[in-house]
Design a protein around this ligand. Structure first.
Ligand code: SF4
Ligand code: SF4
Length: 107
């Protein structure tokens, strides 16, 4: 289990820059294997934006189970992420491939 600091504020599972899902899937980009993205991204509708909290940075972090297929990353162990705190970026992401795991580190 990991805690996720997520900048993908357009995702429906993003609340106050935290991920509220119990589990996410992280995938490699076929064209650039070290470019790893959150495939659990789902775009938020306009009415779901809670801009009043937009500048609170990481007020709460939840434990999330991360399935990851990037064997190039040193934190991957048998398809599970073993990093304690994972950072996902993609402030303007409107699709899963626009997000990125910033915690990726090559073996
Ligand atoms: S992009 Fe992924 S990590 Fe971020 S809030 Fe959405 S599901 Fe969670
Ligand atoms: S830190 Fe590594 S193992 Fe964890 S989600 Fe990111 S790419 Fe996958």
């Amino acid at each position: 289990m990991s805690k996720i600091k997520c900048r993908v504020t357009h995702c429906v599972s993003n609340k106050y820059t935290s991920c509220i899902r119990p589990k996410i899937d992280v995938r490699e980009n076929d064209e650039q294997l070290s470019d790893v993205f959150c495939s659990s991204f789902k775009e938020k509708r306009l009415s779901e934006f809670q801009t009043e909290y937009a500048y609170q940075d990481f007020p709460m972090l939840f434990e999330v189970d991360i399935d990851c297929d990037s064997y190039l990353c040193r934190y991957n162990n048998e398809h599970k992420c073993r990093k304690h705190v994972v950072e996902i970026t993609g402030t303007s992401a409107t699709k899963a491939e626009d997000s990125s795991c910033d915690s990726f580190e090559p073996r």
